[in-house]
Design a binder for this molecule. Structure first.
Ligand code: GDP
Ligand code: GDP
Length: 455
């Protein structure tokens, strides 16, 4: 119904946007220098994924949101890695593998001027095996004269090559139309299980924090489920593990077990693997090594989980190695660097000795429960009404913006839309978020609050 100056249609569309839920994922893969990052920039329509001409610069960020003809999706850029870490074929294969695993559709970029190389052929084999929808992008076709080069790429057996100039934008529209036609509306992976199937957990954290030790511990002490549970499709990179009487799906465990530690490209591969695991998971357990100072890499990984909107547990590992002095500093580092995720349940564990392993499952369950919480509209508005009355927004330019009403648009994670009579300052928004948490809990889940202002 229309309320306080917002018509019903406006409210409806705002709620639909806030409730878009998990978006399908598009991976852009190919050899170095074929123009992947340039294409990603073109697709997201911003200069955010700045093309780095300096070699060896690792990008933190690999996932971006994009929209084409009204449909939203995520794009995974695989352009930021060092080709000489593993040797070219292995590098391309590794990055493509991670990206393809997490994707609902793939754009395979080939440099049309160069033509298909052996490395390209190797990626084609990976793509075939994965069985995901693929659109072939014949890039660097800057003008009509390049179209013939593009046509040669029919030989790859991936169907029609789309001639594109990522640099100038030529042909990208037709290619994106084809991408959207091939891509499912909703991600198949994230919530692909039958209702009541195993919940999906990602173990993430920087190299050497103890991910594979923890996985081995839980897989050893408890029963690893070999047969596929009814209603689930077994993914060879996932492991079904019986913990606390319940079956959990630990996603992307192949990436953990493989334990490839690269010299220079490590950060990049780790980021890509983390992004891939998060795409597939409902909850993330972020491991922190308590023997080392909390680092930028640790906080970046936590930020990735929060931005991905996953339920979160923070596991402080190697607790058996902690002495009094280090413990003192650790607590201060947590207060200083992790204050923005105070809401996440904390477990102090040792993957080595098994200390407090029994606390892991209840923590994950708490977070997942918060993640699905729905606050009834009446309760929410009673709370908002009281809040606005007791803590009104400061007057600005003679006007006082007011929250008129609010509603929860979705769950997983909880998403709220507030309808207001004027622009709400960032500080006030943060205050509202803080009070929402105080009132309704949300232990272990990020929440999203968007504000719609009456015109
Ligand atoms: P990536 O390593 O695959 O991510 O490739 P980049 O996006 O970094 O591009 C490699 C180089 O190719 C850069 O110098 C780009 O400017 C250039 N490039 C990318 N797309 C095009 C294109 O469509 N036409 C031309 N002429 N150059 C391009
Ligand atoms: P990953 O790179 O995150 O998978 O880390 P690993 O599981 O390979 O662990 C890195 C190192 O830390 C290995 O030598 C482990 O034996 C060690 N480690 C992992 N967890 C613990 C722990 O709880 N206590 C102790 N003392 N060592 C641990």
């Amino acid at each position: 119904a229309a309320q306080e100056g917002f018509d019903a249609e406006e409210i409806e569309s705002e709620l639909a946007a806030a409730n878009a839920g998990p978006l399908p994922v598009l991976a852009v893969v190919g050899r170095p220098n074929v123009g992947k990052s340039t294409l990603v920039n073109r697709i997201i329509g911003r200069r955010e994924a700045v093309v780095e001409d300096r070699p060896g610069v690792t990008r933190d960020r690999v996932t971006y949101e994009a929209e084409w003809t009204g449909r939203r999706f995520k794009v995974v850029d695989t352009g930021g890695w060092e080709q000489d870490v593993l040797g070219i074929d292995a590098s391309v294969a590794a990055q493509a593998e991670y990206a393809i695993e997490a994707a609902d559709a793939v754009v395979f970029v080939v440099d049309a001027a160069v033509g298909a190389t052996d490395t390209d052929e190797a990626v084609v084999r990976l793509l075939r095996k994965a069985g995901k929808p693929v659109v072939l992008c014949a890039n660097k076709v800057d003008g009509p004269s390049g179209e013939a080069d593009a046509a040669y790429l029919w030989s790859l057996g991936l169907g029609e090559p789309y001639p594109v100039s990522a640099l100038h934008g030529r042909g990208t529209g037709d290619m994106l139309d084809a991408v959207l036609e091939a891509m499912p509306e909703a991600p198949a992976q994230t919530f692909g299980n039958a209702p009541g199937g195993p919940r999906r957990i990602a173990l993430i954290g920087r190299p050497n924090v103890g991910k594979s030790s923890l996985l081995n511990k839980v897989a050893k002490e408890d029963r690893v489920v070999v047969d596929a549970t009814a209603g689930t499709t077994r993914d060879p990179v996932d492991e079904l593990i019986d913990l606390g009487g319940k079956v959990w799906r630990f996603v992307d465990t192949a990436g953990i077990r493989r334990r490839v530690h690269f010299q220079d490209g490590a950060d990049y591969y780790a980021s890509l693997r983390t992004a891939a695991a998060l795409e597939k998971a409902e909850a993330a357990v972020v491991l922190i090594d308590v023997t080392e100072p909390i680092s930028v890499q640790d906080t970046r990984i936590i930020t990735m989980a929060v931005e991905a909107g996953r339920a979160l547990v923070i596991a402080y590992n190697k607790w058996d190695l902690l002495d009094e002095e280090r413990r003192f500093y650790l607590e201060r580092e947590i207060e200083r660097d992790l204050v923005q995720v105070q809401w996440a349940p904390r477990v102090n564990i040792s993957a080595q000795t098994g200390r407090h392993m029994e606390k892991l499952v209840p923590a994950i369950e708490t977070s997942l429960e918060s993640w699905s919480t729905r606050v009834p509209t009446g309760k929410l508005n009673a709370f908002l009404g009281e809040l606005v009355a007791s803590h009104p927004h400061p007057v600005r330019g003679g006007k006082q913006p007011r929250i008129l009403f609010g509603t929860q648009a979705g769950t997983k994670p909880p998403r709220f839309v507030l309808f207001a009579s004027g622009f709400l300052e960032a500080g006030y928004r943060r205050f509202i978020e803080r009070r929402l948490r105080e009132e309704f809990g949300f232990e272990g889940t990020p929440i999203k609050v968007s504000v719609r202002v009456r015109e």
